[in-house]
Design a protein around this ligand. Structure first.
Ligand code: GLY
Length: 401
């Protein structure tokens, strides 16, 4: 018998909203507007290089190389940046670039890598965004096809979407393994139910969200990076890390994916328990974040490891902002999470922006600290930073997710 969202949220402790976020942060709207202008200028400067190619996931010495759209999970963040820049500036060139890139996502469904849960990241910011902004039918068809492929990764016995690898090989390490990141891939499924009228996609997303709450979210409000179940019997096997410092640690970016993912699930499903869970996850994050509101890459990293992950902060800022939006206006937590979003964006703007020798936006992204990939720009960090700035300066903006 699967537990309800309410029971699952109630089973998680609330570390409480830290007092230091209780007052309005000292962040000026003018500074955020100026930062957004700088961000769209830099996207414009890169438009010829990355017109229908894509920045690598992370920079090298703060400069992105170019890659194709055959594989990987990050190409759509560049397309998302182009859509954002187009909306903010009204300039056609951004819209044209994003539209050209969308064609490569349609082709990828025929010839490229699709055996991954990352279809949500890839197709929400490309084809779903295109459908939302332009109404184009081929993008709706491609996004539904991507949602079908994502739904095919669902294992009914444990009630989870397998993150990585083929679903056919029961001996593989990935078989029956869910990861916290998948919470941000669920919007594609929720959207597909709205687009087609078929509730199956949203049912799968809701089931995965509940299984994630049961196993990936720990009772103290922290999260595992990955958790495996027996795909045939559903038996929970245990949590392991992949990019964090230990199996029982809390990888900061994973926590951020969960905060934003549950805030979006609350919105799509109209389920207040997901918002309550997102708030508890946010309170854990805010109780452990560094003094400047940007987390170390893992909340349980050794004390002398001060490496940050600015991308986790950018994702979390969007999560806080969306949480503020889905909580009822009369709920005092809405104002608190708005403060947390602004404090985070203010710190990123003041202290983490890449200089003019870079073609990225944010320094100090940690793609994979254990593998030595950190202190660089990351294309998803750049996307979520810009989305956060848009959210902070344009209240009417409608998310692509
Ligand atoms: N979704 C992969 C990562 O966050 O690194």
């Amino acid at each position: 018998m699967r537990r309800s969202p309410q029971a699952l949220a109630a089973a998680v402790d609330d570390p409480g909203y830290p007092a230091r976020y209780g007052t309005d942060p000292d962040v000026s709207r003018k500074a955020l507007e100026a930062a957004l202008d700088d961000a769209t200028d830099r996207v414009g400067d890169n438009l010829d290089t990355f017109y229908d190619r894509f920045p690598e996931p992370a920079s090298d010495d703060l400069v992105y190389g170019a890659t194709s759209n055959a594989d990987g999970w990050t190409t759509s963040f560049w397309t998302g940046l182009c859509w954002l820049a187009g909306e903010v500036t009204g300039q056609r060139r951004f819209h044209d670039a994003a539209s050209a890139q969308v064609g490569t996502f349609r082709r990828r469904l025929e010839t490229g890598e699709t055996d991954t849960h990352d279809l949500g990241f890839l197709y929400s910011l490309s084809t779903v965004a295109d459908r939302r902004l332009t109404g184009r039918e081929p993008s709706r068809v491609a996004a539904v096809r991507a949602a079908d492929l994502l739904a095919d990764r669902f294992h009914p016995a444990p009630g989870l979407i397998q993150a990585w690898g083929s679903t056919d090989d029961p001996e593989a390490w990935e078989h029956g393994r869910m990861i916290v990141d998948t919470m941000m891939n669920l919007p594609l499924l929720f959207w597909a139910s709205e687009a087609t009228g078929d509730p199956r996609y949203a049912d799968i997303a809701g089931t995965h969200a509940r299984t994630n709450a049961a196993h990936v979210v720990r009772p103290d409000g922290s999260t595992f990076h990955t958790f495996a179940c027996d795909a045939e019997t559903g038996e929970p096997l245990g949590g392991e890390t992949h990019q964090g410092c230990a199996d029982d640690s809390c990888w900061a970016r994973g926590q951020a994916w969960a905060i934003y993912g549950y805030a979006l699930a609350a919105d799509y499903a109209g389920e207040p328990a997901y918002a309550d869970l997102a708030a508890k996850l946010a309170n854990y994050y805010l109780s452990h974040v560094a003094d400047d509101h940007v987390p170390r890459w893992d909340f349980d990293a050794p004390a002398d490891d001060t490496v940050r992950d600015s991308s986790a902060a950018a994702i979390a800022a969007c999560g806080f902002a969306h949480l503020a939006r889905v909580l009822p206006a009369a709920d005092e937590r809405a104002g608190e999470y708005r403060n947390a979003a602004l404090a985070t964006l203010g710190s990123l703007t003041d202290d983490y922006r890449a200089g003019s020798d870079s073609n990225g936006l944010l320094t100090d992204g940690a793609y994979n600290r254990p593998k030595g990939n950190y202190d660089e720009c990351t294309i998803w960090g750049d996307y979520f930073y810009t989305e956060g700035l848009v959210r902070a300066t344009r209240a009417a903006w409608e998310p692509y997710w």
